[in-house]
Ligand binder design. Sequence first.
Ligand SMILES: [Mn+2]
Length: 264
Amino acid sequence: MSTYVMADLHGRFTELQKLLKKINFGEDDKLIIAGDICDRGEENYAMLKWMESKPANVEFVKGNHDEDFISNVDLLTIIHKKNPNFSLLECYDDLKEMDAYFDFYGTMIELIDGYSTTLEQLSKWADIMQDFPYLKELNINNKNYLIVHAGYMDEDSLANSPLANNSTPSELKTMALSKEVFYTTARDEALIVGGKRDTTIIAGHTPTISTSVFFNLGKVFRGERPEINSVIYNIDCGAGFLDETKSANMACIRLEDEEIFYLR
Ligand SMILES: [Mn+2]
């Protein structure tokens, strides 16, 4: 029995299935997906149907794109309540006119226009995502692991961190004050000031193909904060960009031996 972690699938359903086949993912194994199952890729419908089917041995952790999905559905629900005679497409058009960030990646329109998805179905998916935890902690072979979408920082450290002081830009300050925001959106700070004592963090969110402290040419990044005996793996190798960037990849880590597997 093995425990695998993946992150940032971003609507790449076919590639997810390929990678699961490659690792011989079986009934006795467990897979944890560390957030962001939708957006960017083109198979969001298949991904969401798969999530809804509650696949055996698969657990999910909440990412910022999962939260975006929930808030997009919330907005659609509000507009639909106000205008019960509107079709879902008309509600969508209304929102899109009001807010440039509504459905920024085109996932909602793909689902509504391409798959005739109903508001009831969208709400069902959003409800399932709402119940995703922000963190998952495991102990494997006497080693502590923490699975989170973007990064982890203890609440005490958050309050006392350089992020919370007065010279910090307001965006980072908000992040420092809300642990959920840190868990889902931290970038370089996940490595620089994040971590957990005596724990290995498995996270994603910042693709290792983009300019950041995690840059590693599309390979999994491993970093350390020796002062707290914490390790962080960033396993987001840019699956969202598979068709535009050669170095982009989809990765999977097996916790029992920390071996890493790639789609390509
Ligand atoms: Mn993300």
